[in-house]
Design a protein around this ligand. Structure first.
Ligand code: F0G
Length: 357
């Protein structure tokens, strides 16, 4: 196993099926030490696993390679999902790779433009509904059941099996088990997947502890955080979730109960961050570390900054934040935070004057 390159299929014996993969070479993403941000926050051992470096720019590809491979194996004729954007981009690309049609349902006006562009270009049938993600998921569920279409949201267990490899790669890249893994939480599939994967390594005796699973949500869309902090037995949905981090604008996470188990059993934490904190960390990652991520992804690092500030983190901890999607997914939110380019006459004096040199 150790001689195989890092990728989802490197761990194929730990996946539930051994089938010919529909693959775009997902996984094997970089793990970066966050030296400057870590110094600023007071955490020496802070890392980011950049899942935006997957083929379609998000961690969803890890699940989709398995999910679409299964769809082919099961002889399904069409695949579908509801999405805040990234799942739809990934599904569209993997369906194209497999040569089967795909349908994606999006909440109208609430999906970042890069993600819509991908879904359209890869040839999905893209439907925008006048409702939020939670409603889109209900609708696609009904569509799939009534029409024999293969559903590829994170209710599909094969998706989570692929995503669990994030935790495996983190440990293989570091060479040890970190104290904490931090993930942005939307539908709560990813945090549950990583936890499930690590429990399997624990059962195999390959590791002797599981990192504290730590979930970060946007303040306007934080049902899991409320359940953890309020010690509730289950997640109480948010009727109207709202956040600039549209990827995690989800009020009724389908894997919410699993996330509660992952966080509680590992002694983890759930915390929320404001849109301002998210965008400020998106800029810090870009400018202090050279790491370009979309807003939802910056939430994990913004969350650890907040947790450190309120004294919830030991400064010696080894912490890995999963940053889930690429900066280019949501260029509009990026442009809105930056000054526009300086337009000048095409002369050297004009250039020097613009640069104040
Ligand atoms: N980060 C990004 C960039 C995402 O796109 C998502 C989910 C999450 C974090 C949260 O992951 O749902 O497993 O807790 N996006 C889904 C989508 C919902 O449709 O693309 P989760």
């Amino acid at each position: 196993l150790l001689s195989r390159p890092l990728s989802v299929w490197r761990y194929r014996e730990l996946l539930p099926v051994d089938i010919p993969p529909v693959t775009l070479q997902e996984g094997g993403t970089p793990l970066y030490h966050l030296k400057r941000i870590g110094e600023e926050i007071g955490l020496k051992n802070l890392y980011a696993k950049h899942e935006g470096m997957n083929p379609t720019g998000s961690f969803k590809d890890r699940g989709m390679t398995l999910g679409v491979s299964m769809a082919i194996q099961l002889n399904m004729k069409m695949v579908a999902c509801a999405s805040t954007g990234n799942t739809s981009a990934s599904l569209a690309a993997y369906a194209a790779r497999a040569g089967i049609p795909s349908v994606v349902l999006l909440p109208a006006g609430k999906v970042a433009i890069g993600k819509v562009a991908q879904a359209l270009m890869h040839g999905a049938r893209v439907i925008s509904i006048n409702g939020n993600f939670d409603r889109a998921l209900e609708m696609v569920h009904e569509l799939c059941i009534s029409h024999g279409i293969y559903l590829l949201n994170s209710v599909n267990p094969y998706r989570l099996e692929g995503q669990k490899t994030i935790g495996y790669e983190v440990i293989d890249q570091l060479g040890y088990v970190p104290d904490r893994i931090v993930l942005p939480v939307g539908n709560a599939g990813n945090i549950s997947a990583v936890y499930k994967g690590l429990t399997e390594w624990l059962d195999l005796g390959w590791i002797d502890t599981i990192p504290k699973m730590t979930g970060i949500q946007a303040a306007g869309s934080a049902p899991v955080v409320r359940a953890i902090q309020g010690d509730l037995p289950s997640v109480v949905p948010d009727a109207s979730p709202e956040t600039v981090a549209t990827a995690i604008r989800i009020g009724a996470p389908v894997n919410g109960e699993k996330a509660l188990i992952a966080i509680r059993k590992t002694g983890g934490i759930a915390e929320s961050v404001t849109d301002e904190e998210i965008l400020s960390m998106q800029r810090d990652l870009a400018r202090l570390e050279g790491i370009g991520v979309e807003p939802a992804s910056a939430a994990s690092v913004a969350g650890i900054k907040k947790l450190q500030e309120i004294g919830m983190i030991d400064s010696d901890e080894e912490i890995v934040c999963v940053v889930t999607g690429h900066l280019l997914k949501d260029p509009q939110t990026v442009i809105a935070q930056c000054s526009p380019p300086i337009e000048i006459d095409a002369t050297l004096p004009a250039l020097l004057s613009a640069l104040q040199l």
